[in-house]
Unconditional design. Structure first.
Length: 163
């Protein structure tokens, strides 16, 4: 049976299927709007106040998170600052992120942000994590153990190293 006939047989029209897939979700649109606001706020501040203002923006975003994600984000913030003091905290699509030379290296995404079942700690392509032809760049987080924290600290250090 062709895919078109299978859809029609299930009672859904092709138009209904296409409407479900059109455009961005409300959460994605909100994240994009936050990203635009971040650019505007950065432009208003000027280059001198970036690190201090970025820190306060990140702490404010963390404070807005629900308790399980907030606790994780607070711990990750401390780990990143201790592991790579050269990284500047900033928000990125409304989530805590850490940048080197104005380029995001790593970020935290709360589970609530896009209504997922786990939070995410990830790295951008600016992170020096290359390991052969394939390596992980994001990690699902449900909670943080001491071993997880040590692994994240090591990854953050490697991400900002010149190696």
């Amino acid at each position: 049976m062709s895919p078109k006939k299978a859809m029609q047989k299930s009672g859904e029209s092709i138009t209904a299927i296409n409407k479900k897939r059109k455009g961005f979700t409300d959460e994605e649109r909100a994240a994009m709007k936050e990203h635009v606001q971040e650019f505007k706020a950065e432009a208003r501040r000027g280059p001198g106040a970036k690190k201090a203002d970025g820190e306060s923006d990140v702490l404010a975003k963390i404070a807005e998170m629900p308790k399980p994600d907030r606790a994780m984000a607070e711990r990750l913030h401390a780990i990143v600052k201790a592991s790579a003091p050269a990284l500047s905290p900033r928000t990125w699509y409304g989530m805590p992120a850490y940048a080197k030379d104005d380029k995001v290296v790593c970020f935290f995404q709360s589970a609530q942000k896009f209504k997922t079942r786990y939070a995410t700690f990830g790295f951008s392509d600016k992170a020096n994590l290359d390991d052969g032809n394939m390596w992980p760049v994001a990690f699902a987080l449900k909670e943080l153990t001491a071993a997880d924290e040590a692994r994240i600290a090591a990854l953050v250090k490697k991400a900002v190293s010149g190696d």
